[in-house]
Write a protein that binds this ligand. Structure first.
Ligand code: UD1
Ligand code: CA
Length: 454
């Protein structure tokens, strides 16, 4: 049977005290609503509709280039009204999974269990519930004498006895599409909040004699909603622990894992060792057998196999196999290192290709350069790539040897196997197999340093 998921994300999230809508806030490097959409996809549902309202452009931006559909709820009149907006977009024969956009800890396996149960029971509606020691704030699930579903009562509408119920509505449901959209038209906002409650649909369906099921399977943690920044931090902590444990299960060594922060979408190959105080963020891919850290921060980069990176910052860069980086290197956007490259201490590389086996061991700036293979760049070399208005390219051909403290004033090219003398400022192209020296001859002047020269 075909499935559609509807994610309700039109609310503002007042308690975040934010200019952004709540669901675009990130946990473990990924917007809350993207965590939910990814869980839905991993459960096997591709057809996803997101109900947007507050900050709708911001929410749409999260899914740029994605297959998800959007529908706008102009006024936030309640969860029932929110789902109703999707009516025209769902085939009446489908099963609809409804969930909120602020539950980043939800697992795909839980959704699968819910969908299976709904199907097996041939229910018109199934609600996922859990038991909480502190159920305050949630809708309570009332059951009949036989333990079947009776209705859901919201905290604000609940009697003192009903408030004692610890089984709560997770806000995650399966519905038969035709049934739920038919019944949504019957909702009345006759409640404490004056809203159209989606929860009332279950009671109406039950009253009509349809099958409404309760599945009490969610781990309390999974339905943890994010309403303020404290809950955001709590969710983040759990996501990070899960990610670190998953990596360790998959063959990555983490030394002192509590000090290591890895975003949800990062992948790392086996036998890679992460040392303390390392952050790997964004869509970074790390290969096998690497040693990363301590004190290293990498984001949105591709790292090959057997790469060593110590105490360095790597941002939107690509590093080939068997490279050695740091300590204290800074690889900036567009740095592209082929295999076996060494970038040592206090070296900055930006928007440059560094060929196989080349070395920039210490104290250099390489920007907008095309560096061939087995080039050696001496300490203190600077590509003077910026004339105040434009950036220019430096080309260092294969086997070039750049003497220490060379200024390469771009645009400039050093030919194959050529050498620049230490301390030279190179402003004109150097042909292949040549030495370019640019410095005053050393003079010798007779001189004696005074012994106590104060
Ligand atoms: C809802 C449930 C409650 C359940 C709880 C679980 C109802 C009436 N109550 O309560 O039983 O225990 O979730 O977290 O459904 N939204 C819209 N448009 C609206 C209103 C809400 O898109 O007009 C979205 C919100 O952005 C949010 C989700 O729906 O993502 C839930 O809305 P919220 O107001 O937080 O519902 P709760 O009061 O928490
Ligand atoms: Ca809520």
């Amino acid at each position: 049977m075909a499935h559609t998921a509807v994610i309700l994300a039109a609310g503002k999230g007042v308690r975040m005290k934010s200019n952004l809508p709540k669901v675009v806030h990130k946990a473990a490097g990924k917007p809350l609503v993207a965590h939910v959409a990814d869980a839905v996809r991993a459960a096997g549902i591709e057809d996803i509709i997101i109900v947007v309202g507050h900050g709708r452009e911001e929410v749409q931006k999260v899914f740029a280039g994605d297959q998800v559909k959007f529908v706008t709820q102009e006024q936030q009149l309640g969860t029932g009204h929110a789902l109703q907006q999707a009516e025209g977009m769902v085939d009446p024969g489908n099963t609809v999974l409804v969930l909120a956009g602020d539950i980043p800890l939800l697992r795909p396996s839980t959704l699968k269990v819910l969908l299976d149960y709904h199907q097996k029971q041939q229910a018109q509606a199934t609600v996922l519930t859990t038991h909480l020691q502190q159920p305050t704030g949630y809708g309570r699930v009332l059951r009949d004498q036989n333990g079947g579903f009776l209705r859901i009562v919201e905290e604000k509408d609940a009697s003192p006895e009903e408030k004692n119920i610890t089984e709560i509505n997770s806000g995650i449901y399966c519905f038969h599409a035709g049934s739920v959209f038919r019944v949504l038209h019957q909702l009345q906002p006759a409640n404490a909040q004056g809203e159209y409650y989606l929860t009332d649909v279950l009671e109406i369906l039950k009253g009509e004699g349809h099958r409404v099921e309760v599945m009490s399977a969610a781990e309390p943690e999974e339905i943890h909603g994010v309403n303020d920044r404290i809950q955001l931090a709590q969710a983040e902590k759990i996501l990070r622990r899960r990610k670190n444990y998953q990596l360790m299960r998959d063959g990555v060594t983490l030394m002192e894992p509590d000090s290591i922060i890895i975003d949800s979408d990062v992948t790392i190959g086996r036998d890679t060792v992460l040392m303390p105080f390392t952050l790997i963020q964004g869509k970074t891919v790390v290969g096998e057998g690497c040693e990363i850290g301590p004190w290293t921060n990498i984001n949105d980069s591709i790292i090959g196999n057997r790469v060593i990176i110590e105490s360095s910052r790597v941002k939107e860069a690509e590093i080939g196999d068997d490279c050695i980086i740091g300590p204290y290197a800074y690889l900036r956007p567009g740095a592209f290192l082929h295999n076996k490259v060494k970038v040592g201490d206090f070296v900055e590389v930006k928007q440059s290709q560094i060929g196989e086996g080349s070395k920039i061991p210490h104290l250099s700036y390489v920007g907008d350069a095309l560096v061939g293979k087995e080039v050696n760049i001496g300490a203190g070399t600077i590509t003077c790539n910026y004339d105040g208005q434009h950036k220019h390219q430096t080309v260092l051909e294969d086997y070039a040897f750049i003497g220490s403290n060379t200024n390469l004033v771009a645009p400039v090219r050093v030919g194959e196997s050529s050498v620049t003398g230490a301390g030279s400022t190179i402003t004109r192209d150097v042909p292949p197999q040549s030495l370019a020296v640019e410095r005053a001859d050393q003079r010798i002047v007779p001189w004696k340093k005074k012994k106590h020269d104060h």
